[in-house]
Design a protein around this ligand. Sequence first.
Ligand SMILES: NC(=O)c1ccc[n+]([C@@H]2O[C@H](COP(=O)([O-])OP(=O)(O)OC[C@H]3O[C@@H](n4cnc5c(N)ncnc54)[C@H](OP(=O)(O)O)[C@@H]3O)[C@@H](O)[C@H]2O)c1
Length: 284
Amino acid sequence: MPSTEDKYNFSHPLDSFLFPVRSVNTHKLAVAVSNKTILITGASYGIGAELALRLSHYPVKLILLARTKEKLEEIRSQCVDKATVLVYSIDLREESAVNELLLELKTKGINIDILISNAGHSIYRKLLDSTKRFHDTKRSSAINFTGPVQLLLGLLPGLIIQKGIVVNVSTVSLFLPHTAGWSAYHSSKAAFDHWLRCAEPEMKSAGASLCQVYLPLVRTRMSMIVDENHKRPAMSCAKAADAILHSIIRRRRKYRPWCIAIPRFLDILAPNLWYRLQLGRLKK
Ligand SMILES: NC(=O)c1ccc[n+]([C@@H]2O[C@H](COP(=O)([O-])OP(=O)(O)OC[C@H]3O[C@@H](n4cnc5c(N)ncnc54)[C@H](OP(=O)(O)O)[C@@H]3O)[C@@H](O)[C@H]2O)c1
């Protein structure tokens, strides 16, 4: 299978122990996705692009969204021609752009069976470097929370008719002790997570399923921009895509790697330990 992130094809000895993910059974995946219309946000790079390439091996209609038109076209050209691929270059933070897209899909009579809400942007910035950067919080919220909500609300009536699936690509950080510098990213991911948890019973009773996929560090351009992350255990893009595809096959409500139990357990045993460690480091 092709991988979009070949330049990050290094590994760590603990990768498969900490983040074991079985390869996807292609027959089961074919049953789950054949003849479906699948919209993937953030399909120009990383996990979204990997998903697009993997799903193009099946008879599906793929709708790929991101800002970078050339990258979307490149991914489309790499897709196997079993799939029909439409690309839309839009900024999900722009309310009017999302409305236009929803209108276009409606005009074309396209109902989505599977929405993979994957587009996202992470930002690390210390509090005192953020005092003149309120826009970081607004932008993070727009791409990680309000944009995805707007898109989902617009697609929901169709998803319900199709008895469809909504996949949210989220982060294990939501279950870990809070870490300095990540306020904008983690709060925006947490907001969408909470929104979805409240919406899930209504969605499910109306016929649409929700799969929340909480990923650990994944080797993509988003995380590999930080040099130290190159030396940390992480998932490959292909394994992250496997975890998401398993969730689609089984309509699995939640995926989280087992190892997040370790820091969670430590936090119960010593609730202030992480806070004190951070404080000590910041005071130096
Ligand atoms: N990498 C990790 O360690 C990690 C860990 C846990 C969870 N995740 C989650 O996984 C998802 C995918 O991330 P990734 O690691 O694959 O990162 P990535 O390689 O940077 O891909 C992010 C995707 O989102 C798109 N995007 C960003 N801003 C956008 C906007 N305003 N409008 C439309 N599309 C936008 C990007 O395309 P354009 O730039 O072309 O718009 C790109 O296709 C994110 O939701 C992230 O939070 C990642």
